[in-house]
Write a protein that binds this ligand. Structure first.
Ligand SMILES: [Zn+2]
Ligand SMILES: [Zn+2]
Ligand SMILES: [Zn+2]
Length: 169
């Protein structure tokens, strides 16, 4: 058990990016992955969907739908809310974006290609959200729920605290 916990911890620590890391690389990787995934699935990554994904990836902080709306409309023809919500729905359905329920906001998926139950580490200081793919955690929660006779449709684990960068300040 101790071993598992250590493994999860080390993965979580690595998941956080430095304040001045080359974020362009994170964005590039995310867009390339989206292109490849959609091509593979025969799904259309339209210009709007791609732009929304790019804006979600603007930083590692979770972004609210109305902020996306503002930024999409900035200097352009105003974009209507359903357009943004539909783009987000598409991106979520393909596992490219996750909704962080407790923040009512969205983050880009940095995890594996397959559908997964992610746990989110939310820094209360800098606002960065990091994804932890602890498969064992998801399974353990599902098993407990099952024992209680509960059918799980969706699982969200969100942890609030300080990221490694903010914890040392
Ligand atoms: Zn980054
Ligand atoms: Zn993910
Ligand atoms: Zn932080």
């Amino acid at each position: 058990m101790t071993k598992t916990v250590n493994l999860l911890e080390s993965r979580a620590v690595k998941a956080f990016h430095g304040a001045h890391h080359a974020h362009g690389r994170c964005v590039g990787r995310a867009l390339n992955r989206a292109d490849a995934l959609c091509r593979q699935r025969g799904a259309r990554l339209t210009a709007m969907r791609r732009r929304v994904l790019e804006l979600v990836w603007d930083s590692h902080k979770a972004v609210k739908a109305y902020d996306l709306l503002d930024r999409l409309s900035d200097g352009n023809k105003p974009v209507r809310p359903p357009t943004v919500y539909r783009a987000l729905e598409f991106l979520m359905a393909h596992g490219l974006v996750h909704r962080v329920d407790s923040l009512n906001a969205f983050v880009g998926c940095s995890g594996a290609d397959s559908h997964h139950n992610a746990q989110f580490l939310i820094c209360q200081v800098c606002g960065d959200v990091s994804e932890m793919n602890g498969a064992a955690i998801g399974k353990a929660v599902a098993r407990q729920a099952e024992q209680a006779g509960f059918t799980v449709r969706r699982q969200t684990v969100e942890l609030h605290g300080e990221c490694p960068r903010c914890a040392v300040l």
